[in-house]
Design a binder for this molecule. Structure first.
Ligand code: ATP
Length: 362
């Protein structure tokens, strides 16, 4: 069921179009993430939805309600910010009760609802503490409880985990996701951290320069990026220049990369220069003795051991260096710097863009 509809929305600051003609439809109960680099417009879009900013163009609907003219405090939204924004002079309990008092909820009901929210964020035992006596993670749980206690129709979260250390970030994102599922609350989440976005979201919108680049489920965005920007921003990839002599739609055609001809199917007829994008874990390292015209010769120039995987830098005769991840390492299986290897560029998994990187051709 459709819940949030953002239709042709643009927001200007002076001459800067912070968000540019945004169209998104979000379903009831969905965990939807706005992902993109600093300055791409994520916060501006979130604050426009919250009613803190008024867009110059476009319409916003919450369900059937046209929301453009509805002031922020009447939009029934719970918000969680990066810097927690909790009141330092109030206890945990009072912080969480604040929104209910402001809405003139009866005292008895406030106690019940605050206790319920405290339980949900696992903070019941700390309800009488002052915020200064809490860790960063606990403070963020207070702001989460404060956001959900009002039973909002929509939860907006702006980089809520950015101030926490790496391990706690992972724990908190799991907790947020499971609470969100339990409450079945439509959530719009802002982050610049692509791994976090992949881990928690039902769907992701990737933004750049105020514009949506792609909307999709995490694996769709990762495996089928629609342009060079998305392919580079989500995960990491190797870009190699190549060319196609004559690729017919739906037929196996040859793309020449680093002097090697690789067969792949094309989604449309194509001829000319291309950008061949292959992720480090999709490249396969073969034994130096293997022979095949589609394998490239190279030498390992760097090996970085990361625990669960090793990242190799392999240089080709042309001087191009490719990055390759290899998993399932056993003792004695580590490849050494200086080793000669052969590399399979795995055309079945590569995404091939036109020269500009704006369109996928395979
Ligand atoms: P970050 O991850 O760094 O918070 P963001 O993706 O949330 O970035 P926004 O804060 O939405 O980006 O900013 C989008 C663009 O709008 C940027 O170019 C920014 O400089 C500009 N901008 C944002 N807020 C204002 C403002 N109040 N006045 C003028 N320009 C602004």
């Amino acid at each position: 069921m459709e819940h949030i509809k953002i239709h042709n929305v643009s927001k200007l600051f002076g001459d800067t179009k912070a968000i540019d003609d945004i169209n998104i439809t979000i379903n009831q109960g969905e965990f939807f993430t706005l992902l993109g680099p600093s300055g791409c417009g994520k916060t501006t879009l979130l604050r426009t939805l919250a009613g803190f900013y008024q867009q110059e163009e476009g319409d916003i609907f919450f369900g059937d309600t046209f929301i453009n003219e509805v002031p922020a405090h009447k939009r029934n939204i719970g918000m969680v910010f990066q810097n927690y924004a909790i009141f330092p002079h109030m206890t945990v309990f009072e912080n969480i009760a604040y929104g209910l008092k402001a809405r003139k909820v009866k005292k008895d009901e406030i106690v019940v609802r605050v206790n319920e929210a405290l339980e949900m964020v696992e903070l019941s035992h700390l309800k009488d503490r002052q915020p200064s006596q809490l860790s960063g993670g606990q403070q963020q749980r207070v702001s989460l409880a404060r956001a959900i206690v009002i039973h909002p129709g929509l939860l907006l979260m702006d980089e809520p985990l950015s101030n926490l250390d790496a391990k706690l970030r992972v724990k908190m994102r799991e907790d947020i996701r499971s609470l969100q599922k339990r409450l079945n609350i439509t959530t719009i989440y802002v982050t610049h951290d692509q791994e976090e976005a992949l881990a928690v979201s039902d769907r992701i919108a990737v933004l750049n320069n105020g514009k949506i680049q792609q909307i999709g489920r995490p694996h769709e965005i990762y495996l089928s990026p629609v342009n060079k920007f998305v392919s580079n921003f989500i995960g990491s990839t190797n870009f190699l220049e190549g060319k196609v002599e004559a690729g017919k739609e739906g037929e196996n055609a040859m793309v020449t990369v680093e002097g090697v001809k690789l067969a792949t199917k094309f989604g449309r007829p194509f001829q000319g220069k291309v950008l061949y994008s292959i992720r480090p874990e999709q490249v396969k390292i073969r034994d130096d003795k293997e022979t095949s015209p589609t394998l490239l010769e190279g030498e390992i120039v760097d090996a970085t051991f990361l625990g669960e995987s090793v990242v190799y830098k392999i240089i080709f005769n042309s001087g191009y260096t490719i990055s390759v991840h290899e998993h399932s390492i056993r003792f004695g299986m580590l490849r050494e710097e200086g080793n000669k290897v052969k590399v399979d560029l795995n055309p079945n998994e590569a995404v091939i863009f036109d020269e500009s990187g704006e369109e996928v051709i395979n």
